[in-house]
Design a protein around this ligand. Structure first.
Ligand code: NAP
Ligand code: G4F
Length: 351
């Protein structure tokens, strides 16, 4: 019998790669999608097979992490062997603008999923998408024993998700695991995360379609890895004999500035001519440095990443240069979109 998996957040970067991986392993894959007025399935369109066809192994279901009753119904009817809870409001800076919404989806959404598993009575393994943002102000290198010090509404919501997942493991004997994933990127990365924002800008500047890119803090250090390798790590956590929590990271940290330099250099451009500062991209509390120690995942799961931040910068620039001619106007509109939206977390004028 083929295994059955449910993925929340299947339309996101990780959800799309995980769906591909599980389908390639013979799983029947179910995905939760939000109803939107426009299609939001562009990352998984290539996996589409008409659900009327006997070959169909990917099925999508409307739902939202804010709707607990719907999640119970879905869990009962799908009866999965594995649940991957990837859905979240996942943007750190946006979480300062929308703290309550972020708490509701990224934090409370996790307990809704766990309760849906418990109340539906299905016997499933459960993966929670935890984050290196939990470490926040704690100095690197960070591993599974490092104390947490979250620095944003997003990270605080993920802290709740982490502990409630561990609590359900201990209280109810659930096979529930936390993947504490450091930043991971790809050509499918959302356009307003810094790596993709930079690599898309490099492609557009090279093609003469954009003059500058506006960025915030270039001094932050991140341990960037390659998303397809990280979803493979998620799957390995779910195949382990015992449930546990694991860090996935490359162990290599570079600054945003170095990522910028490598990305522009890849296209033969001098970054200092094109990069400008805009304070709207700063955060009220920044996470200065994240560099992970992946020893446990290496030893217990046999997981080892091969691409670090430097390799990613080149890979993503190449992909965006390749994609640009096919992108048309929406490419430029999306580049500008982020700067139409004014962050409202500033406390200027407050006593
Ligand atoms: P992403 O591209 O932003 O995808 C987020 C997904 O969640 C999308 O499918 C989105 O749907 C869905 N979603 C958002 N709110 C929802 C709601 N209320 N109900 C149902 N679905 C909802 O994120 P990602 O980079 O793939 O990351 C996957 C998960 O890992 C997230 O939980 C993220 O916080 C966590 N994480 C990511 C990283 C990283 O570096 N990528 C590192 C550590 C942890 P739409 O497509 O409709 O917006
Ligand atoms: O790409 P970022 O927005 O990612 P961030 O904040 O590290 O969060 C990502 O990784 C987390 C794992 O550690 C995930 F949990 C989370 O869901 C998300 O996927 O920003 C990276 C760094 C920050 O220090 C930021 O201040 O880049 C800096 N930065 C500088 N200029 C910018 C910009 N970030 C963005 N998004 N846009 C800028 O213009």
């Amino acid at each position: 019998m083929a295994k059955r998996a449910l993925i929340t957040g299947i339309t996101g970067q990780d959800g799309s790669y995980l769906a591909e991986l599980l389908l390639s392993k013979g799983y029947e894959v179910h995905g939760l999608i939000r109803r939107a007025s426009t299609f939001n399935t562009s990352r998984i369109d290539h996996l589409y097979v008409d659900p009327h066809s006997p070959d169909a192994r990917l099925f999508l279901h409307y739902g939202d992490l804010s709707d607990g009753a719907r999640l119970v119904t879905l869990l009962s009817s799908i009866d999965p062997d594995e649940v991957y809870n990837l859905a979240a409001q996942s943007h750190v800076r946006v979480s300062f603008d929308e703290p309550e919404h972020t708490a509701d989806t990224t934090g409370t959404g996790t307990i809704r999923m766990l309760e849906a598993v418990r109340l539906s009575g299905v016997k499933t393994r459960f993966y929670q998408a935890s984050s290196s943002e939990l470490y926040g102000a704690t100095l690197p290198p960070q591993n599974e024993s490092t104390p947490f010090y979250p620095r944003s509404p997003y990270a605080v919501a993920k802290l709740y998700g982490f502990w409630i997942t561990r609590n359900y493991r201990e209280a109810y004997g659930m096979f529930a695991v936390n993947g504490i994933l450091f930043n991971h990127e790809s050509p499918r990365r959302g356009e307003t995360f810094v790596t993709r924002k930079i690599t898309r800008a490099v492609a557009a500047i090279k093609a003469g379609k954009q003059d500058y890119v506006y960025l915030g803090n270039l001094d932050a250090v991140r341990d960037w890895g390659y998303a397809p390798e990280y979803v493979e790590g998620m799957w390995r956590m779910m195949q382990a004999e015992e449930p546990d929590d694991y860090v996935l990271a490359t162990g290599v940290g570079i600054t945003v500035r170095e990522f910028v330099e490598i990305a522009f250099e890849r296209a033969g451009l001098d970054w200092e001519k094109y990069v400008r500062f805009d304070e709207r991209y700063l955060r009220p509390t920044e996470v200065d440095a994240l560099i992970g120690d992946n020893s446990r995942a290496r030893q217990k799961l046999g997981w080892s990443p091969t691409i670090d931040g430097r390799g990613l910068a080149r890979l993503m620039v190449d992909a965006d240069i390749e994609a640009l001619p096919h992108a048309g106007h929406p490419w430029i509109d999306k580049v500008r979109l982020e700067s139409w939206i004014t962050p409202t977390f500033s406390n200027a004028g407050m006593a």
